[in-house]
Write a protein that binds this ligand. Sequence first.
Ligand SMILES: [Zn+2]
Length: 278
Amino acid sequence: MALEADFEPGYSAYPPPAQDNAPDAAPALVFPFSGQRLLVGLNKELPRPEDLQPLGHPLRAICFGTLSGRKCVLSVWPPEQLLPAGLETSDFRVLWDYHWPPGRLKSLVRAKQLAVWLLHHQHCGVCGQGMMPSPNEIACLCPACGHKAYPHISPVAIGLVVKGSEILLARSPHFAPGMYSALAGFVEAGESAEECLCREIREEAGIEIQNIRYFGSQSWPYPHSLMIGFIADYLSGELTPQKNEIEDLGWFSPDSLPVLPHPASLARKMIGHVLGLL
Ligand SMILES: [Zn+2]
């Protein structure tokens, strides 16, 4: 199997104009969604076009890029639709562990976020008329009032706090059993990512931080986040977990680590980086 590491994001209406469909072009790769959930075959692979025929016409369909030169099509059906035999719903987190090639996972991160966007913009938020994907740009367009709705991206600040030779890790009630990670939260209106990080760590852990430095970012399809990663140093305060948000938290040394997030996650990369420096 090709590595499929060469996903190129793009956008065009679907079906594409006839002149874009050369007769010898490789068949499109269809990412079918039932609501916000990807449809796969029982082998966890993308379904063949004939497997999708019983579903009929999708609610929305767009082209969202190319993968190894093949056009990628996102098709979205209503979530309540009954699934044909041989199909099941799956999710990015499952397929991450199912050895999907990196390029296909990258395609899925984009497809999932665009599926959510299309589902949430079937009607205009200004006048209530039906919206349709624009033929020219990645936007849902209202034919009545001209309002355009672009895909949402929600920034999240995530920070790994260092104190001497220990790192601050915490667990939310919804984490997998035993897993701890860096603290994170959505950036609020009017706030910088660094201000968000200080506020979140103050609220969730009861401490102040200093020396915030940027580490990197990662697109994250739950539901349309951009994780912005920072490393920071402890400044003051006693650890106090926020009620109902943080189940447990603590300072961890390299020889007493809990279960950590997925190796390909930004949080895990930050943890690996910091542990390598200690
Ligand atoms: Zn409108």
